[in-house]
Ligand binder design. Structure first.
Ligand code: ISC
Length: 356
């Protein structure tokens, strides 16, 4: 068997495919310069920006598929098991009772060894996700030399920029069917909309921040969400670095108030979230446009894990005073189950251009 060539740098979002890596930086000021950038921002704060020189639109069917051998369904372990997660929910309710926070998002990271790391290409996983769990903000970023191999099926918009107009689409409220959504879900959504309005208000022109949609019902594969839209006009001088400074990490995956929620999350969660709950997407600095998803429903490969290369995936839920620990655990299972099943499938197709 000939040796496998290293995976070439690549990014895909929607119909756009980007190759020919030119620059990599962790300074979001680069997103205000020139060119087309793929962005992977970790929840912990590293913003990896990669500029690509060849960016083209191509119909999905023309895309070469890579190789994918996912973990066996039973191989996943969770950073918080059922007992630890439900205890965490109860602890957050104590913080709420003490008046420290209104809601906090409790997440867990699932990890499984990759059975064949050489046949583990996030581009192939991204193709499987696009078929098995289509998502409006799905995409992949493949930069193994920079520790970023991400395949996302995110349903949630963190930030979209069209010139000076900026928009966010916070999700709060998850159910299997619309009938599952409770009053609590609407209340949570409104709380987070308030937080996002406040975040964007820090970098938008006074009076320009509006909420064109509140708690719209969206159907996604296997579940429904309540989704709001917050929009504003950037203040003179404000750009991507200021947006990150004001709005990161996304309010829907932290809680409110954000600073207290972050402190509580840090004390309860046992694994870094990485790109999960961060930002994943692209910026076209030449056109003044960009779209970053909240990195939920997102897989990433960690090739430096001490026991060998692993695949990771995060899932979580927003905890309020009205939360029932078992129900929140079930919500994290609901969000994960379909996607884990997709990732466990095997796809072997010849890849053109990156590997032979
Ligand atoms: C952290 C997650 O949940 C957040 C994102 C979407 C919907 C949520 C909810 O309905 O509570 C969340 O707070 C996740 O989906 O992994």
């Amino acid at each position: 068997m000939p040796a496998l060539a290293p995976l070439a740098p690549l990014a895909r979002f929607g119909r756009t495919t980007a190759t020919d890596l030119r620059d990599v930086t962790t300074d979001p000021a680069a997103l205000e310069s020139a060119g087309w950038w793929a962005v992977v921002a970790d929840f912990e704060g590293r913003v990896l920006c990669a500029r690509f020189g060849d960016v083209r639109e191509s119909p999905a069917k023309e895309r070469p598929a890579g190789r994918w051998r996912g973990p066996a369904p039973g191989d996943w372990t969770s950073s918080l098991d059922h007992a630890a997660y439900t205890a965490g929910v109860r602890r957050i309710r104590e913080h709420i009772a003490a008046g420290e926070v209104y809601q906090a998002n409790l997440c867990r990271v699932l990890t499984a060894p990759l059975p064949d790391p050489a046949a583990s290409d996030v581009d192939a996983l991204g193709a499987l996700l696009a078929r098995g769990n289509p998502a409006p903000y799905g995409g992949i970023v493949r930069l193994p030399a920079h520790g970023a191999e991400v395949a996302s099926a995110s349903p949630e918009l963190f930030l979209r920029r069209t010139g000076r107009t900026v928009e966010s689409g916070p999700i709060k409220g998850t159910g299997r069917t619309p009938g599952d959504l409770l009053e609590k879900d609407h209340a949570e959504n409104v709380m987070i909309v308030d937080l996002v309005r406040n975040d964007l208000g820090r970098v938008c022109a006074t009076g320009s921040v509006t909420v064109p949609e509140l708690c719209a019902l969206e159907h996604h594969p296997g579940l429904v969400h309540l989704v709001s839209t917050v929009r504003g006009e950037l203040a003179p001088g404000a750009g991507w670095p200021e947006l990150f400074g004001a709005a990161f990490p996304p309010g829907s995956v932290t809680g409110a108030p954000k600073s207290s929620a972050l402190r509580i999350i840090d004390a309860l969660e046992t694994a870094p979230r990485g790109p999960y709950c961060g930002g994943v997407g692209w910026v076209d600095a030449d056109r003044g446009t960009g779209e970053l998803a909240v990195g939920i429903r997102t897989f990433w490969i960690d090739r430096l894990s001490p026991g060998g290369p692993v695949l990771r995936f995060g899932t979580g839920a927003g905890i309020t005073w009205g939360s029932d620990p078992e129900r929140e655990w079930a919500e994290t299972e609901l969000k994960a189950s379909r996607l884990l099943a997709v990732a466990s499938r095997t796809e072997h197709a010849p890849i053109q251009g990156a590997r032979t």
